[in-house]
Design a protein around this ligand. Sequence first.
Ligand SMILES: *Cc1c(COP(=O)(O)O)cnc(C)c1O
Length: 402
Amino acid sequence: MGDKLAIFGGEPVRNTLLPYGRQSIDDQDIEAVVATLQSDYITTGPEIDAFEKGLADHVGAAYAVAFSNGTAALHAACFAAGITKGDEVITTPLTFVASANCVLYTGGKPVFADVNPKTYNIDPSSIESLITPRTKAVIPVDFTGQPADYEQIKAIADKHGIVIIEDAAHALGADYKGEKVGSYSDMTMFSFHPVKHITTGEGGVITTNDRDYYEKLLMFRTHGITRDPAQHLENRHSWEYEMQFLGFNYRMTDLQAALGSSQLKKLNTFVAKRRAYVEAYNKAFNKMGNVIIPAQLPDTTSSYHLYIIRLSGPLKGLRKEIFEALRAENIGVNVHYMPVHTQPYYRDRGYTRGMCPVAEEVYEQIISLPLFSGMTEEDVADVVKAVKKVIAHYEAVTGGNG
Ligand SMILES: *Cc1c(COP(=O)(O)O)cnc(C)c1O
């Protein structure tokens, strides 16, 4: 049965817990923040403009608007898309709750489409089957960093006149058919939470090519206020601003933006590291009979926010045991995500288990392994060793050595 598992009192593969994700901050990042602290602006100032321009240029979009976090950015995108009470917005259940909560904030109704069993991304045929006259938008999530099927999603959106808000919290640095994520959807959201590709502590952005959306997003982030006399509805004195709709204070600070610009310089290196570690994982796991490695479509390149293995065969029902055994080996595994429609808040509002059978089944069988740019090759080797050790044990126990 091989080495005794740490969960049964054996030696753990590591002595300290390896987290599933974490930020990489260096001296340049620290200097950038300190310089901003010593400057004239610590909230919306020149660093915000520079970060927005840097991001828009990096992804090939005309505009970028920074927000206090990715969830606020999604809320703003739903507002700009005109989602209001009674409107339906289709999204995936295999995501962080923010992808659906943003619809609720505007009074709309999230509708959950099922996922593709291989990529775990939203299934276009499921989207199509859920469209009604009230459908206003679709929020696909580029799950784990692999873009969803935008060719088909765009065809459906064009046919029915619905807006595409791409939740690319996992996909900064990814491409879809040669186009950069952030450049082709009506609006695209990126998050700068510390586990994402680059961080601003908390932060998010919407990129868009549409001037109208851009102006709405800017105003939404600051109470629905504009200071631009050209945009005022009435004649004003030069010192007066105008509040035209109910917005929020969703501003990012210049301190965060300075950190973001410094991090953005390293994005390509960060993504390259993630890809190299994924290659090492794939090589180690692709011949394991009862472990399914992530499916990578030939026409997309993932930027790999997450690396998810799926248990199959006799290991299917043993996710809990395998998860806990890996944790005991000090591998900070995680599960992304409990399907949103099965959360208590959503169940209380009429959503039921069984609505998205593929997502629900996938959820029962998946484990996210540690993946971040600051990992070392030894960390990767520890994960491989622990996975092989734990899987070998449970294959022996179930007699299912695949
Ligand atoms: C991180 C994330 C968000 C936004 O999260 P914030 O913490 O608000 O920046 C939204 N959707 C998905 C899928 C995410 O992973």
